[in-house]
Design a protein around this ligand. Structure first.
Ligand code: SF4
Ligand code: SF4
Length: 395
């Protein structure tokens, strides 16, 4: 959801400056500056929108430092729509003209380019060119070891895994640009579980990125184009299931006519009678992505889903209310703050001797896994659907 300038000012006016959101804001906790708090940012956004303050570099720095984690919204007694305020401010006052975004745009928009990119990454990893790749493109250090790229079929029928009488319906699967490039295992696991539960899985070929990264960079025009492409690709009669909660939250906000759902929430409403799940005597810690916890507010369904695994001990990762610093492109554009937040998460993982960490967002997974690799910590960071699919028999 985005506002026009008048709506922005009137939404900002709804903030009564009570300050209840301040202790929930990770950037305020780190810098201690009112201008890096939700209350301070709302005052700044309103003042710039009313031409009381200039739209200068200092203003941009404070808005850019916001993770849009929406933790502040959960504490706000007046339900101020902070997420829409910051999205609108970025689009109206802070459009980015970065070379990085211009180069990344076609790869984000066109699936065949995302697919070619994953082949390039896979081949570079296969021929042990990782360190060369990281010297040329420093952000490559965030890239995990990936599986051989998959060319997705338009339809995966449940009939191979479920009897005709057991057929429950059909769904569409949202691939996501980053997930399809770097985490095909999560998508394969989703198809496997959905087919086993009796659902045909449609993968519309023309689907594209959710638009979240473009929106974050203040490129409202590109974000709107991506939303339109997705709106035209998906059949409105079927639920669209997302495996990355960041994409799901954006699609929910900007494609309200479609039934967009996080895969764990969808699965928890399904019939699991007669589904065989092997036991796993392990402790699994769950990291709550901000987009699932504060955006979609369905993070509890991840715990409920994993609790279906006999003997598994499912625990919330302490400190779950603080963002890991991934936050879409934030981990690339705000290195210092992103690293500081990541260090907090890694310290908690170490202190709790975590062996398996479940997270439902590719951004969190990349951010946390890169910190673990840097410290040579052997922790499996997996999407919950991968864990449940393995226990249901996926090799
Ligand atoms: S969205 Fe997150 S980082 Fe931004 S003001 Fe709210 S709590 Fe702070
Ligand atoms: S909690 Fe809500 S009303 Fe209070 S300062 Fe924060 S944004 Fe404003």
């Amino acid at each position: 959801m985005a506002f026009n300038i008048k709506e922005l000012i009137s939404e900002a006016d709804r903030c009564v400056a009570c300050g209840l959101c301040l202790p929930h804001c990770p950037t305020y906790r780190k810098t201690g500056s009112e201008a890096d708090s939700p209350r301070g940012r709302i005052q700044l956004m309103r003042a710039v929108a009313q031409d009381i303050l200039p739209n200068n570099d200092r203003f941009k720095e404070h808005i850019d430092l916001c993770l849009n984690c929406r933790s502040c919204e959960t504490a706000c007694p007046n339900n101020v729509n902070y997420g829409a305020l910051v999205d609108t401010t970025r689009a109206l006052f802070i459009p980015k003209k970065s070379v990085w975004l211009t180069l990344a745009k076609p790869f984000i928009r066109h699936r065949y380019l995302t697919y070619s990119l994953s082949w390039g990454i896979w081949l570079a990893q296969k021929f042990k060119l990782n360190s060369l790749m990281q010297q040329v493109i420093p952000v490559a250090k965030l890239i995990p070891n990936i599986e051989k790229p998959t060319s997705w079929k338009p339809l995966y029928l449940a009939s191979s895994d479920a009897s005709a009488s057991n057929k429950k319906g059909a769904v569409s699967l949202f691939l996501g640009c980053t997930t399809s490039a770097l985490d095909s295992q999560t998508l394969s696991a989703s198809i496997y579980v959905l087919n086993k539960l009796g659902f045909d899985v449609h993968i519309p070929a023309q689907q594209t990125c959710c638009g979240g990264i473009a929106r974050q960079m203040g490129d409202a025009e590109e974000a709107a184009k991506l939303v339109d492409l997705n709106a035209a690709s998906f059949d409105e009669s079927m639920p669209i299931l997302t495996t990355a909660s960041g994409c799901g939250t954006g699609l929910n906000d900007y494609l309200p006519q479609h039934k967009v759902q996080d895969i764990s929430a969808f699965l928890m409403a399904c019939d699991w009678t007669n589904v065989q799940i092997k036991s796993l005597a392990e402790r699994i810690y769950v990291q709550d992505p901000c987009s699932l916890r504060n955006g979609q507010k369905t993070h509890q369904t991840v715990y409920q889903l994993l609790k279906k695994i006999p003997n598994a001990d499912i625990q919330a990762l302490p400190g779950n209310s603080q963002c890991c610093g991934g936050a879409g492109a934030y981990m690339l554009t705000q290195n210092d703050m992103a690293n500081s937040l990541r260090e907090d998460k890694i310290a908690i993982i170490k202190a709790n001797n975590v062996v398996i960490l479940a997270t439902s967002n590719i951004g969190c997974s990349l951010q946390i896994a890169s910190g673990l690799r840097e410290q040579h910590l052997n922790v499996s960071v997996l999407h919950p659907i991968q864990i449940i699919a393995r226990q249901m028999g996926l090799a």
